[in-house]
Design a protein around this ligand. Structure first.
Ligand SMILES: *Cc1c(COP(=O)(O)O)cnc(C)c1O
Length: 383
């Protein structure tokens, strides 16, 4: 981590940040800033802090109250944002989902956004269904809100998964810095970045978005070094691996791998749907995630029974009830990783379907866990 002691690693990190800024269509000719982190969690915390600091400074300059910052995001948000909001004392404004719509859209924003909103967080490749939030709709709503009220509210994109998929598979799709309100983006190197844990990235639209007040200048192991992460010591090898993967695979390599993985996901999804037991939950999905729910005709067993049954074969399938207000919907989710080849994906499909055939005959008895007994339990361990 010490840039002064490990200058070559720091050079790799700096180059990666520049590449990500380019891949995510950051503006040209600006002073770029970003950093490697332990994962997206640390990256999200840093971005959240930057937005809190910027909001507070703007409020102070305007002579306004700075005691009640809030952040707006959807019920599909990953647990790290709930941690950020609690640990850094920002009021959560979480827009509930609806059965059949599991993304944050502009629809209810007027009830949640106000002058104390430090940022709206939207997700590229969410953990529940793999879908993206409606960036365009949210952006346009915020433009309109600014016209009406004068409040200019930034967006952060949580691209933990999508950040390494969208640029390669959907270069014309606008999810990134092409939207002017998007001031920061994070991604997990250890998800579709193809690096072992733990590595994340946060990149800012330009340096001035990351408030200078958050940078510490330390003289620890030698020359003066600025530091702006939550962790100090960390493993550096992941940064070198990320750099190597980018050089080794290049744009075309990442694109081929992502396409291959997505094709496997879609083939798996189709086999499951053709079996007659399942319905698709994520029609607008972009990353290689399969999210299905049991067909209404299925009455003798539920998603938790299927998950328990395939565990006998060694598969660990996530089954869960959706966050509020879509708790009535239960889901089975498979995250396809690039090392799962077509044969293995088909084997999984066969094992899931034969579990269903068994359960249809013998019945199931799993009770959905009481996920919503505690408000924050709704997103536990969904990564
Ligand atoms: C995985 C994930 C995170 C947390 O990332 P880590 O790299 O596990 O710290 C945050 N947001 C989303 C959308 C995720 O999928």
């Amino acid at each position: 981590m010490d840039h002064d002691m490990y200058p070559r690693l720091f050079a790799m990190e700096t180059r990666m940040v520049k590449w990500l800024h380019q891949l995510w269509n950051g503006p040209k000719g600006v002073d770029i800033y970003g950093t490697a982190t332990v994962g997206s969690s640390e990256a999200c915390m840093l971005a959240g802090l930057a937005h809190k600091w910027n909001w507070r400074e703007a409020r102070r300059k305007a002579g306004k109250d700075t005691s009640r910052p809030n952040m707006v995001t959807g019920g599909n948000v990953q647990i790290v944002w709930k941690k950020f909001l609690k640990y850094f004392d920002v009021e959560p404004r979480i827009v509930p989902l609806k059965p059949g719509n599991y993304r944050l859209t502009a629809e209810d924003l007027d009830k949640y956004v106000d002058e104390n909103t430090i940022a709206v967080v939207a997700i590229a490749g969410q953990t529940f269904t793999g879908e993206d939030d409606d960036f365009e709709g949210i952006h346009k709503w915020l433009d309109d809100y600014e016209k009406r009220t004068g409040h200019n509210i930034p967006m952060h994109i949580d691209g933990a998964s999508g950040g390494f998929v969208n640029p390669f598979l959907y270069p014309d799709y606008k999810w990134d810095f092409r939207w002017p309100r998007v001031q920061s983006i994070n991604a997990s190197g250890h998800k579709y970045g193809l690096v072992p844990p733990g590595l994340g990235w946060v990149v800012f639209r330009e340096r001035k978005v990351f408030h200078e007040d958050l940078v510490f200048y330390v003289n620890y192991l030698g020359g003066e070094m600025p530091t702006a992460t939550l962790n100090f010591s960390r493993n550096g090898f992941q940064i070198a691996v990320q750099y190597y993967m980018m050089l080794r695979l290049g744009f075309e390599g990442y694109k081929r791998l992502m396409q291959h993985t997505l094709d496997n996901a879609i083939a798996l999804r189709e086999t499951l749907v053709q079996s007659g037991y399942f319905e698709i939950m994520n029609t607008t999905q972009r990353i290689p995630v399969v999210a299905v729910t049991l067909n209404k005709k299925v009455t003798r067993f539920n998603e938790f029974d299927v998950s328990n049954k395939v565990r006998e074969k060694g598969w660990v399938l996530s089954a869960y009830t959706m966050p509020p207000n879509a708790e009535a919907v239960r889901s089975l989710r498979v995250v396809l990783r690039p090392h799962i080849n077509h044969n293995v994906a088909q084997e999984l499909a066969r094992d899931i379907i034969s579990a269903c055939t068994y359960l249809e005959e013998h019945g199931g008895n799993a009770a959905p866990p009481e996920l919503h007994a505690h408000p924050d339990r709704s997103s536990r361990a969904k990564c």
